[in-house]
Design a protein around this ligand. Sequence first.
Ligand code: SF4
Length: 256
Amino acid sequence: LSADANLVEIFSSVQGEGPDVGASTIFVRFGRCDLRCRWCDSPHTWAPASEFRAVLPGGTETSPNPVACERVLDAARALGAERHRFVSLTGGEPLLQPEAVAWLARELREFGPAIHLETHGLHSGALADVLPHVDVVSMDWKLASDVRRETEPKGATPAPFVAAHRAFLERAIEAPRVIVKVVVTPASQDAEIDEAVACVAEVAPDATFVLQPVTPHGPVRERPSAERLLALAARAEARLRDVRLIPQTHPIYGAP
Ligand code: SF4
């Protein structure tokens, strides 16, 4: 039996960030997130969504949440899931609804695409049930200089994320592929990034480590300089095998 889920939308596009950039992808976006990243480009996903939107070839269909996950399979079929390289389960934070993620990952994999889980990388308990059905775990490494939990007041220094990210990564390495992504803003501290690099080198030396210069959004107005980004990449490369410096590409051509 399928789970019900709070979902924002399903649509077909190409991957806009990370090492699989440009690959055809169906995105399934989950509602709700328990973090507050300063640069977040989807604050509409912070609260549970009232409606689920399926952007289909014949037009957009909406239905009230929660939705039965079978509806997602119908939409995936209509979108020609089998011709896509990936299905990305994204958010919001998908691992706040692990049962629905596991069910959808298992069923959508049957269509053919590899299953890519996009997560903030903090809920290691929820990852266990999902892992057997996922091909790529793409986790963020959040920096306390730019991110807080929803329960922490604005302006206060958030508790560090390092211990929770380490615990998550220790479990994520059971997946066939692991990507660790750090969004770098002008406020990011070198020491925080060095800490991420040290942990990935120790726990997941085969992971792909992505430095993603922030796409200015909301209160974040500027990117870090190219000089700084190249220096950070060189420092990471001294300790890791697979380091990439990749900005988001979908905003360049206006894709969702
Ligand atoms: S984890 Fe993702 S959805 Fe949540 S606030 Fe950060 S960028 Fe936005």
